[in-house]
Design a protein around this ligand. Structure first.
Ligand SMILES: Nc1ncnc2c1ncn2[C@@H]1O[C@H](COP(=O)(O)OS(=O)(=O)O)[C@@H](OP(=O)(O)O)[C@H]1O
Ligand SMILES: Nc1ncnc2c1ncn2[C@@H]1O[C@H](COP(=O)(O)OP(=O)(O)O)[C@@H](O)[C@H]1O
Length: 215
């Protein structure tokens, strides 16, 4: 049986009398099978900074190298798991909390989980970091200027925000708290934005140098 010898009942949040089940196949076994370390690469930045693009480029590069990855994209998750959440501060906090818990499950499964969300509040990002000890949480800050993001405006949302048609848009009339201790900072080089492949390579080099690409 997977049950502990002496079951310990717990109360967590609103759940009472719950029991944690341990199983013989754990993260270590799954990582050995996959030949990699389960981790969470958390990409934070303004809308239009290139989070989704670098997440997909990184996933592609890792996949081609034989690694198992999964992308959790804020926009996409708001169509399903987080469809009940708005952009009010408390809903953004709940959004990040949920995605952090899901990302933790993927990392426990041995997957390299790539999460791309604006995740504007430092406290929320740090709460996710606390879910993933042993350096399993790698924060990537898309440190690109608002002017660049707004000039891109692929969804026209900055324009709507500037004309007051969207209220509380990050970077316009809602805060973005820049990270102060990201493992990786992606920024302009020589006044130019690096290519998606170059950005992905910067993250790949970090993963290789720090042993994530072997069990
Ligand atoms: N008010 C407001 N503020 C910011 N962003 C908004 C807003 N309304 C809609 N959108 C679109 O939602 C995308 C951000 O969703 P996230 O889940 O990443 O945001 S957050 O982490 O909860 O702040 C974001 O997508 P990306 O451009 O991919 O970042 C926006 O296009
Ligand atoms: N490295 C890059 N170089 C040039 N354009 C980029 C780069 N990354 C993203 N873009 C473009 O910028 C826009 C926003 O990219 P996206 O990945 O959707 O950003 P986010 O997910 O942060 O909102 C898109 O039109 C995309 O093609």
């Amino acid at each position: 049986s997977c049950l502990r010898e002496k079951p310990v009942m717990s109360n967590i949040g609103k759940s009472t009398n719950i029991l944690w089940h341990d199983c013989p196949i754990g993260q270590t076994e799954r990582q050995k099978l996959l030949g990699q370390k389960g981790c969470v690469i958390w990409i934070t930045g303004l809308s239009g900074s290139g989070k989704s693009t670098v997440a997909c480029a990184l996933s592609r590069e890792l996949h081609y190298r034989g690694h198992h990855t999964y992308v959790l994209d804020g926009d996409n998750l708001r169509h399903g798991l987080n469809r009940d959440l708005s952009f009010k501060a408390e809903d953004r906090t709940e959004n990040i909390r949920r995605v952090g818990e899901v990302a933790k499950l993927f990392a426990d499964a041995g997957t390299i989980c790539i999460a791309s969300l604006i995740s504007p509040y430092r406290r929320d990002r740090d709460a996710c970091r606390a879910l993933l000890p042993d350096s399993r949480f790698i924060e990537v800050f898309m440190d690109l200027p608002l002017e660049l993001c707004e000039a891109r405006d692929p969804k026209g949302l900055y324009k709507l925000a500037r004309t007051g048609k969207i209220k509380g848009f990050t970077g316009v009339d809602d805060p973005y708290e820049s990270p102060v201790n990201s493992e990786i900072v992606i920024k302009m080089e020589g006044g130019e934005c690096p290519s998606p492949k170059a950005m992905a390579q910067q993250v790949l080099s970090y993963l290789e140098k720090n042993g994530y690409l072997q069990a």
